[in-house]
Design a protein around this ligand. Structure first.
Ligand SMILES: NC(=O)c1ccc[n+]([C@@H]2O[C@H](COP(=O)([O-])OP(=O)(O)OC[C@H]3O[C@@H](n4cnc5c(N)ncnc54)[C@H](OP(=O)(O)O)[C@@H]3O)[C@@H](O)[C@H]2O)c1
Length: 303
């Protein structure tokens, strides 16, 4: 039986991929790091009107020494989402965890994939690998100079995957920039919560840093176009939304929607942050990709 392994299926993008791929009739092995996160994930799935006959789970904390892998002989594709994912955790105390998850665990899983002749290893990297380039929008061949721990370890993870590509792994690197959607505690939900509860909203820097947000459904569609496409082997794709919003823009849009004044405190950032993050979508568009969802529509339907 040809199954798809999704690592980090309990996370934001992974959980949406599971739902999307099950709708397409795929058999999924959904990975999470703990019984607790898998149980929470199962509870969330109960609210969905989906059939879960073709869903199984793999619990493995990648920081543990001993790993028990699922049966890889039945796995046709791997989508590797699991990672340490927070820009703001870029301090020395987190170095070992970021390196273990974003580099060493990636190596272990990609190596297992090549040893078991997996058809396609789709690796989720990040737009953070580019740092602050000289020009925008960011193309796949724009020089990569990450400026924080997250971006640096994700870039090393890319090279790990590429090194196994040289040894025969069929891989594709997908670089989401800033993803939004339901079920994700991110800048949009934080601003919403703070304004709604009349709490102080801390903005790091001057709020002019911008992001081109892309809806999680759009990233799932892009991965869907890549997954069974041999033309994508050894390729990389940058993925962002079409329009940049500064943090100040977002606060304005959300406070207008809530009809409430925000209580903002600007604070100097304690980690290196990107000033802009927008992708050139020309390459992914050649696969038929289009951005379907709008950030403003998403905000307008929130309560
Ligand atoms: N969301 C974005 O805006 C965005 C932007 C750019 C790139 N990306 C990339 O897309 C991928 C998915 O991102 P996401 O936002 O979905 O991340 P997320 O919500 O933070 O989920 C991270 C996943 O990694 C797993 N994980 C964390 N620590 C682990 C450990 N010790 N052992 C095993 N698994 C562990 C988590 O499992 P548990 O929950 O079970 O602990 C979770 O399933 C990542 O590779 C990220 O770098 C995301």
């Amino acid at each position: 039986m040809a199954k798809i392994l999704i690592t980090g299926a309990t996370g934001f993008i992974g959980s949406w991929l599971v739902k999307n791929l099950i709708k397409n009739g795929e058999h999924i092995i959904a990975h999470g790091s703990s019984d607790e996160s898998i149980n929470n994930f199962k509870k969330n799935l109960e609210n969905e009107n989906l059939s879960f006959e073709k869903l199984e789970f793999w619990r493995q904390n990648f920081l543990e020494q001993e790993w028990i892998f699922p049966d890889f002989s039945q796995i046709k594709n791997v989508i590797h989402c699991a990672a340490a994912t927070k820009v703001r955790e870029g301090i020395i105390e987190n170095y070992d965890r970021y390196f273990s998850l974003n580099v060493q665990a990636t190596k272990k899983i990609a190596k297992k994939a090549i040893e078991n002749a997996v058809s396609h290893f789709v690796h989720l990297s990040t737009g953070q690998v580019f740092g602050i380039p000289g020009s925008f929008p960011i193309k796949e061949d724009t020089p990569k100079n990450p400026i924080n721990l997250y971006g640096t370890t994700k870039l090393i993870g890319e090279y790990v995957v590429k090194s196994l590509g040289i040894l025969g792994l069929n891989y594709t690197i997908v670089r989401p920039f800033s993803i939004y959607g339901e079920g994700h505690y991110n800048i949009i939900s934080i601003i919403m919560d703070k304004i709604n509860h009349n709490d102080i909203l801390t903005i790091y820097g001057d709020g002019t840093q911008s992001r081109a947000f892309l809806h999680v459904n759009d990233i799932c569609s892009a991965i869907g176009l890549i997954l069974n496409n041999k033309e994508c082997y050894s390729e990389d794709y940058n993925l962002s939304g079409l329009r940049e919003y500064s943090i100040n823009d977002l606060v304005k849009i959300i406070s207008n929607k809530l009809n409430k004044e925000p209580r903002i405190v600007y604070k100097e950032s304690d980690v290196n942050e990107l000033t802009r993050n927008i992708a050139d979508l020309s390459k992914i568009k050649k696969l038929g990709f289009t951005v379907k969802e709008s950030l403003e529509d998403f905000i307008n339907q929130l309560n």
